[in-house]
Write a protein that binds this ligand. Structure first.
Ligand code: PSU
Ligand code: MN
Length: 304
């Protein structure tokens, strides 16, 4: 049984042992509006190529798990309506009935592991939602980081989440949360929300070495690299905090729950910031892609 289908470009790179960076598709279908979502997806791929690596955007299309999408597939997905949002729980079900779904961080990590891709760049990961003590809403992304050996580069966790609780769960699961180039934990649109990161690293080569070391020690799972949004693109936390609070209240008022929470909040914050959150989101994804390409190149050198 063929489990996944690499694009020709990705197949060539993997066979030659060249650096590859995985990319998720939920950010395209559920994280950003058309047509900025497509522009972002194309630019991210371009940045990775400029960094000397091959991009592999991952999605399930009509039952096939694709690792690397063609231009046409990317266009279609970015405009498609009613695409499923796939995580560990529902990925196999979608593939079994020939469905189409975008992969979240968790599902993208599963595909990356299958294909032997060690690095994955995205915007933000899922985490422990505010009010999780009532709702039990904790993203499967955290469990996946504990299981699949992939280094995930994100701009920290979004401040729509409960950041201290997210850090605690990652700690319990044995996932290293590593801030890149600063002591504070980046908070997506903001470089900091006042929380210290448990770990800090400043060098992509060391990050690659830590991943190899983890494997050598027999430890399952990956690493979370929290890369701060560039200063010029940041929206300070003081500006974001009341907007996030408003969006969270609106989600409660409308009874939004489960998988719909993150997409709802992103859309609401986009409206409340009059689009500024989207420009910041695109800037930070590109910044993460740049770092992802560097780490993937270093990892290749180590794997020899
Ligand atoms: N954060 C973002 N944009 C996104 C997501 C998170 O800034 O698009 C998506 C990612 O695919 C992530 C998923 O894996 O939301 C988490 O969803 P949930 O909280 O339902 O697990
Ligand atoms: Mn959830």
């Amino acid at each position: 049984m063929t489990l996944y289908t690499p694009s020709p470009e990705v197949a060539t790179a993997l066979a030659a042992g060249k650096p590859v960076v995985a990319l998720e598709s939920t950010i395209i279908t559920h994280g950003m509006p058309w047509p900025q979502n497509l522009e972002m997806a194309q630019k991210v791929e371009e940045v990775i190529r400029q960094g000397g690596a091959t991009p592999a955007t991952i999605a399930v299309i009509e039952g096939t798990l694709h690792v690397g999408l063609t231009e046409e597939q990317l266009h279609k997905l970015a405009q498609a309506k009613g695409v499923a949002k796939l995580s560990r729980a529902d990925m196999a079900v979608c593939m079994a009935h020939g469905g189409t779904g975008a992969t979240t961080v968790a599902a993208t990590m599963i595909a990356a592991r299958l294909a032997g891709i060690g690095v994955f760049a995205t915007g933000g990961i899922g985490g422990v939602h505010k009010g999780a003590e009532q709702s039990f809403d904790i993203s499967a992304d955290l469990q996946e980081l504990a299981q699949s050996p992939v280094t995930v580069i994100a701009a920290g966790a979004k401040a729509i989440l409960d950041l201290p609780k997210t850090l605690e769960v990652l700690e319990t699961l044995g996932v290293p949360t590593i801030a890149f180039g600063q002591d504070d934990l980046p908070a997506f649109w903001s470089r900091s929300a006042g929380h210290k990161a448990p770990l800090r690293m400043d060098d992509p080569a060391q990050i690659a070495r830590a991943q190899v070391m983890r494997g050598a020690l027999g430890l399952p799972g990956g690493q979370l690299i929290a890369n701060p949004i560039p200063q010029a693109d940041e929206i300070p936390h003081a500006v974001m905090a009341p907007i996030i609070a408003q969006a969270t209240r609106d989600a409660q008022t409308h009874g939004i729950h489960g998988k719909a929470v993150t997409p709802y909040l992103l859309q609401r914050i986009y409206e409340l910031t009059e689009g500024r959150s989207l420009s910041a989101n695109i800037a930070l994804v590109l910044n993460n892609a740049r770092l992802g390409a560097q780490i993937a190149c270093e990892l290749c050198k180590l794997r020899g």
